[in-house]
Design a protein around this ligand. Structure first.
Ligand SMILES: N[C@@H](CCC(=O)N[C@@H](CS)C(=O)NCC(=O)O)C(=O)O
Length: 206
């Protein structure tokens, strides 16, 4: 059975669990990271020398990096569904996955960290403002993308939607004023209708 290491409060773990759920893969999840610890033990470091979550074990195959895991599960279990068989559709899905990791998460980090993880007296207003400005400019790009298609790679829900959906869920959950993004909001409503996200993106942001 697929084993997933990682706490569900992690956006990167959320991606993997939503992907496994979507594909109907039976799995066992072990809470690790954050208050659960484990990630600094020698046993865990043998699985992931970075000491981060998530990690999967699939019949002896160990893999870390959340988007690589989403791609792997999609490729082996979701060919033609989550994993597009068409090269251009696949590249398109890939593009939004990379964009989530390399653009959206770094932009959003300051707002998330200051508003959720730090005590009020430790927060930096400047860091929050800078993070919000950067994230809003990225949300404008996503909103435009979703203006004339239901999912990021086109007409179908693919692996490309998973990481950015988990990131946008976090963005929408931050206690701050956001610019209305009607197309992103409509897409997110479609995402949240999928049973794969129930119990995953329905938890409080901590
Ligand atoms: N690029 C990595 C990042 C993994 C990462 O930063 N994980 C965070 C949680 S989102 C983590 O393990 N933090 C330490 C902890 O939870 O103890 C991935 O996408 O898997």
């Amino acid at each position: 059975m697929l084993k997933i290491w990682g706490r569900l409060s992690s956006v990167n773990v959320q991606k993997v669990v939503a992907c496994a759920n979507e594909l109907g893969i039976a799995c066992e999840r072990v809470d690790a990271g954050g208050k659960f610890g484990i990630v600094d033990t020698p046993e865990y470091r043998r699985l992931n020398p970075n000491g981060l979550v998530p990690v999967i074990e699939d019949d002896g195959f160990v893999l870390w990096e959340s988007n690589a895991i989403v791609r792997y599960l999609s490729r082996v279990r979701g060919a033609g569904t989550l994993w597009p068989n068409d090269a251009r559709e696949g590249a398109d899905a890939d593009r939004w996955m990379d964009w989530q990791t390399t653009s959206v998460m770094p932009a959003m980090f300051g707002a998330f960290w200051n508003l959720i993880r730090l005590e009020p007296d430790k927060r930096s207003r400047a860091a929050i403002d800078e993070s919000v400005a950067k994230t809003e400019s990225l949300m404008a790009i996503l909103d435009e993308r979703l203006a004339d298609r239901p999912y990021v790679a086109g007409a179908r829900y693919t692996m490309g939607d998973i990481p950015i959906a988990c990131a946008v869920h976090r963005w929408f959950g931050l206690p701050l004023q956001r610019i209305a993004r009607p197309h992103v909001e409509a897409w997110m409503a479609r995402i949240m209708e999928r049973p794969a996200y129930h119990g995953v993106l329905t938890l409080p942001i901590v």
